[in-house]
Structure formats: structure tokens, C-alpha cells
Ligand binder design. Structure first.
Ligand code: PEP
Ligand code: MG
Length: 619
């Protein structure tokens, strides 16, 4: 093996792109020399942008990775420490600049920058790099290797795909910054993007996105990135129409090209035809009107045309999403996936650490309810800190059918009771509900309630302040077994939250994360709808609260059907709340109930889709 090799670190951008020279005014529409070119990407931030294209290309930074001898070790560690210090300084400077951004963007970025700074503290990344240098690798190689090792571990870590991707991006962003500082390479600047221009880049980090001025930059398209990354979140909160995932977009554009970004359809057009340009202008005006209407919605009630109130709550994974929750006008948190607390760390958070995290969320919600789902560990979700601490969630041959959620917690009382203790104490600070994942039998709810009461007794003996009565204890309805036994479960649980993501997976025997069988994953399959209906009716008969917190709750196409089935509480990603509210306010409950009756008579998923999508269009 050679002692020295050169690796390319993607996402690195030392080169400053040449300024676009303003010569003759180039026509906006296509011409024989500039034919129209149309690309499809991922729609990330809605809106339409029309303007001169500015390609900010990013040559990769070459990193020399080599073995070092004993005498070089101290120097390399010193260079690494300097790069860490420089990176911290840059992030602090960046933090002072974000005060100039719109408040939403500032709220979005600040915790992210704090997370970056934390990664530069006594973190796994810093420890890992030092270890690699001590083992005989130069600083650049150690940073590149440790970043990739951590990113790979995060890509495999438990949690949903978007949050895994986001964490992976964060590590890579810090790795790239360290590499840039080790090489003393200059930073990319977007200062040359012409006013009203469209920025085309191969990669765009969240920190890059923070530097974009929405008053100057009309739209963005980049080669890399998905809709749930921090870059996407940032661009959404800055309100810049964005399409990501258009490979090579920055090399495809020529100086003088014009671009249309359609952040709703996820398309980028270079040199649009006169017809496309005219359509884009119309869409731009229509979008501006729509945006104004949606912004006003945050202050309006979620109530149907005929006066039926509907509760729209938010799903939350990370406290970083709290500003979005407030901005969307959510009426509480319908699902707090507590797994985030246990991830990306070497140790298991103790009761106090969990208490602090829950308090932050409960207090931020200012009296609106927070539904904390206890740890959904197991199945394909592995949590390293728990495994390292000696806890077990034996996967078995079919992990999704093995130990997961409540099954693990009842076998590992130490994890369960620590979490319940933290939740009970946080419940003294505001209304909290406790939700159990992966329930299949009433005895699991009974056992969980016994544990809750045991923990409450212990806390009272300790003199801790906890609410009386204890918070409601609910069950996720996310397996066909739970849905079909909902009447029995309703006698044990205080509320239901229907998790249609897993419910559809288990009902249809289709892995929700498996691309090949993805076409079979259909929440409008009659089997799934019948399970939702059965569970909802079981709850309603007992006047027990029931909500839906799977992804369909955030899709306005499903709103009439869900309300028609009797549901009145929907919990979703905060960004979806305005559009779902719009759907709620546009419908009448009787019409929704008629739709649900017609849908439930059908057995053909295609016909069901037709009915659901045709709702409101039939007159
Ligand atoms: C669900 O299964 O629908 C759900 C909300 O839980 P999760 O997506 O966290 O599994
Ligand atoms: Mg689930």
C-alpha cells in the first residue's frame, strides 16, 4: 500500500467563481444559440424564480493522505488544533452575521451552528481525528477518514432516513470546514451573483445557504441534496425557491443563460421558450398571491366551512424544529419521537438530561400539549449508545417483527423507567401525554401503566413535583393487531395515535424503506383504510381522543377522507400545517363523511385514489 494518496473531498469549494461580465443584455427566452434545456430535480422550497443564471462551480479539494512518523505527530496535532480553532472562529463570525437574516432563518440556523461548534468541542469527531493522528496518519487524512467513518455510522444509525441524512450532512460539513482550514483554502463567496439572479451550484451547505440574501437571490438549484436536509430547511425558511438533485447543473449552464426555477414542480429550465417563460411569469404572480393567503392562515382557526373544529398538531424529532412549529400555528405536538435524544452520542442520557430536553420542548409549547412517545428502539432502528451500555434489542430474523418499541421497554425497565421519570417531572411544567410505540396487546398498556405508577410513587417519595392525576397514557395504533383489537385496547389506553406509516407497512407486508417494493406501499389500500376506520370508531364509541400522526396526516389530499372517517386531530410535519388547514377550511363535514362512505364501499385502490383526488371537484 502506498504511503501517500490523494483523496477528493466532496463539498469543498476553495475556488472563487469568476464574476459574470455584463456585456450585451441577453434575451431571457431561448434563441437558436441558446436552446431551451429542461431538468427535473427534487422540489425543496416552493415558489418560482426567473433570472440570469450564475454558476458557482466547486472544484473538489484534493487532500493528501499520508502516513507520518513519530517526529511529525506533535506538529500534525498542533495543525489540527489550529484548524479546529479557526473553524470555531469562523462559525462564531457566521453566527454574528445571521442576526441580519430574517428571524425565521436566524432561528433555524442558530441551533445548527451551535451543533457545529459542539462537534468541534470534546466530541467523537475530534477524539477520533486525534486518535488517527496518534496512530500515524497526517491531519488531513485523519479528518477525511474520521468524517467518513462517522458519516457512514450515521447513515446506518436508527431514525428515519431524512434525519439520518441530515446528520450525515452535518458531519461532512464540519469535516469539509476542517479540511479547508488545514489547507488554508479560501472560502467560496456568492457576492458575484447578480441581483435577481439564480444561483446554480453543485453542492450547497447549510452555512452557504445562510449567506444567501433572499432580497438578491431569486432562486437556487444544486446538484446534490434532498428535501429534508438542513440546506433545504434553510432555503425554505429564507423563502428562496429551490430545486436540488439536478446533477451537474452548474456545469451545464453557460454565462449569459437565463433560468427558471419551479420550486413546486422541482424543475429547472435554462433559456426557457417564450411559452414557458410566459407560463412561469403567470405562476410567479399566482404563487405570490397563494403565499400571502397561506401566511394569513397561521392566525386563522382550523375549522371546517360548517364550523367543525379540527386540531392540527406537529410531529417533532429535534428541538431545532421548534421555531417552525410555532410559525405554523400548531396546536401542540402530537408526536415527539424521543429517539433523537439517544442518538449520536456515546452514552445513554440519564433522567436529568432527558428531563432538560423535554422541559425545553414543553416550555416552548407554552401550554399546548406535548405528546412524548417513549423510545421506539428495535427492529431496523439500532441505537449505538444503548447497545454500548449493554442493553439489548435482539433483532431476530425479521427485525420489524422482533423486539421493538414497547416490547423492548418492558424487558429493559431501566431504560423505560428512567425515561418515564424524566417525562413525569417535565409534565409538571406543562401538559404532557405519554405515547407507547408498537403496542399489540392490552396487557402491554397495562404493564406500562404499572411502570408509570411505580415511577410516580418513587418520584413522590423523592419529593419531586409531578402532576396529579398522572399524564394520559396512549397507544400507537401502528400494527394490524392493534387496529383490530382497538376496542380491547381502548379499555386500557387513554388515547390512540394512529401511525399509518407502520400500519400500512405491516398491513401490506411492504417494507416502508424498501425502494423495490415501494409501488406496493399504498396508504389508500382498502386494508389500511379499514384498519384506520376500525380503530377510529373503537375510540369514538368510548369518546376517547384519537389522532393520526403518520405521513398521510400532512397530505391535504387525505384531509377530507380522514375527517370523513371521524378523525378530528391530525399531527404532521409543521411545514404541512398551512396547506392541511386550508383543506380543512375548504370542506364541509357532511361532504367529507359522504366521501368516506363511498371510499369505504370500494375495494379497488385505484378507484379509491380517484375518489379521494376528485373530492371537491365534482361540484
Ligand atoms: C408511524 O408509524 O406512522 C409513526 C408515526 O411512527 P414512526 O414513523 O416514527 O415509525
Ligand atoms: Mg411507527
Amino acid at each position: 500500500m502506498s504511503r501517500t494518496e490523494v483523496v477528493r473531498l466532496s463539498g469543498e469549494a476553495p475556488a472563487e467563481p469568476p464574476p459574470l461580465r455584463r456585456r450585451r443584455r441577453v434575451p431571457e427566452a431561448a434563441s437558436p444559440e441558446r436552446p431551451e434545456r429542461h431538468f427535473k430535480g427534487v422540489a425543496v422550497s416552493p415558489g418560482i424564480a426567473i433570472g440570469p443564471a450564475f454558476a458557482a462551480q466547486q472544484p473538489a479539494l484534493s487532500i493528501v493522505r499520508r502516513e507520518i512518523n513519530d517526529y511529525e505527530r506533535e506538529d500534525e496535532l498542533h495543525r489540527f488544533d489550529e484548524a479546529v480553532a479557526a473553524s470555531k472562529k469562523q462559525l462564531t463570525k457566521l453566527k454574528s452575521r445571521i442576526a441580519l437574516l430574517p428571524p425565521d432563518a436566524e432561528r433555524e440556523l442558530e441551533p445548527l451552528l451551535d451543533a457545529y461548534v459542539q462537534m468541534l468541542g470534546p466530541s467523537r469527531l475530534v477524539r477520533g481525528v486525534r486518535k488517527r493522528v496518534e496512530a500515524g496518519l497526517n491531519a488531513e487524512g485523519a479528518v477525511a477518514d474520521e468524517t467518513e467513518a462517522l458519516a457512514a455510522a450515521m447513515a446506518e444509525a436508527p431514525g428515519d432516513a431524512p434525519s439520518r441524512k441530515r446528520r450525515t450532512e452535518e458531519v461532512r460539513e464540519i469535516g469539509a470546514r476542517l479540511a479547508r482550514n488545514l489547507a488554508k483554502a479560501p472560502f467560496r463567496s456568492f457576492a458575484h451573483v447578480p441581483a435577481g439572479g439564480v444561483l446554480l451550484a453543485e453542492t450547497l451547505t447549510p452555512a452557504d445557504a445562510a449567506l444567501l440574501d433572499p432580497a438578491r437571490i431569486a432562486g437556487v438549484a444544486a446538484g446534490e441534496g434532498g428535501s429534508e436536509g438542513h440546506t433545504a430547511i434553510m432555503l425554505r425558511s429564507l423563502g428562496i425557491p429551490t430545486v436540488l438533485g439536478v446533477e451537474e447543473i452548474s456545469t451545464l449552464a453557460r454565462p449569459g443563460d437565463h433560468a427558471v426555477i419551479d420550486g413546486n414542480a422541482g424543475t429547472v429550465t435554462l433559456n426557457p421558450s417564450p411559452e414557458r417563460l410566459a407560463a412561469a411569469r403567470q405562476a410567479l404572480a399566482a404563487y405570490a398571491r397563494e403565499k400571502q393567503r397561506l401566511a394569513k392562515l397561521a392566525r386563522l382557526a382550523a375549522v371546517t366551512k360548517d364550523g367543525e373544529p379540527v386540531e392540527l398538531q406537529a410531529n417533532l424529532e429535534l428541538p431545532i424544529e421548534l421555531p417552525l412549529v410555532a410559525q405554523a400555528g400548531a396546536q401542540g405536538i402530537g408526536l415527539l419521537r424521543s429517539e433523537f435524544l439517544f442518538m449520536n452520542r456515546d452514552d445513554v442520557p440519564d433522567e436529568d438530561a432527558q428531563y432538560d430536553a423535554y422541559c425545553e420542548i414543553v416550555e416552548a409549547m407554552g401550554g399546548d400539549p406535548v405528546t412524548i412517545r417513549v423510545l421506539d428502539w428495535g427492529g431496523e432502528k439500532q441505537i449505538d449508545s444503548l447497545t454500548a451500555a449493554g442493553f439489548e434489542a435482539e433483532a431476530g430474523a425479521n427485525p420489524a417483527l422482533g423486539l421493538r418499541g414497547i416490547r423492548v421497554l418492558l424487558r429493559q425497565p431501566e431504560i423505560f423507567e428512567t425515561q418515564l421519570g424524566a417525562i413525569l417531572r417535565a409534565a409538571a411544567r406543562g401538559p404532557v401525554k405519554i405515547l407507547l410505540p408498537m403496542v399489540t396487546t392490552p396487557s402491554e398498556v397495562r404493564a406500562a401503566r404499572e411502570a408509570l405508577e411505580r415511577v410516580a410513587r418513587r418520584l413522590r417519595r423523592r419529593g419531586a413535583s409531578i402532576p396529579d392525576p398522572l399524564p394520559p397514557l396512549g397507544a400507537m395504533i401502528e400494527t394490524p393487531g392493534a387496529a383490530l383489537a382497538a376496542d380491547a385496547l381502548a379499555l386500557e389506553a387513554d388515547f390512540f395515535a394512529i401511525g399509518t406509516n407502520d400500519l400500512a407497512m405491516y398491513a401490506l407486508a411492504v417494507d416502508r424503506a424498501h425502494a423495490v417494493v415501494a409501488p406496493l406501499y399504498d396508504p389508500l389500500h382498502p386494508a389500511v383504510l379499514r384498519l384506520i376506520q376500525f380503530a377510529t370508531e373503537a375510540a369514538l364509541r368510548l369518546r376517547m381522543p384519537v389522532s393520526v400522526c403518520g405521513e398521510i396526516a400532512g397530505d391535504p389530499r387525505f384531509t377530507p377522507l380522514l375527517l370523513g372517517l371521524g378523525l378530528r386531530t391530525l399531527s404532521m410535519g409543521a411545514a404541512n400545517i398551512p396547506r392541511v388547514k386550508q383543506a380543512v377550511r375548504a370542506l364541509e363535514i357532511d361532504a367529507a363523511a359522504r366521501l368516506a362512505r363511498r371510499v369505504m364501499e370500494q375495494s379497488d385502490p385505484a378507484r379509491i385514489t380517484e375518489l379521494v383526488e376528485g373530492f371537491g371537484r365534482e361540484g
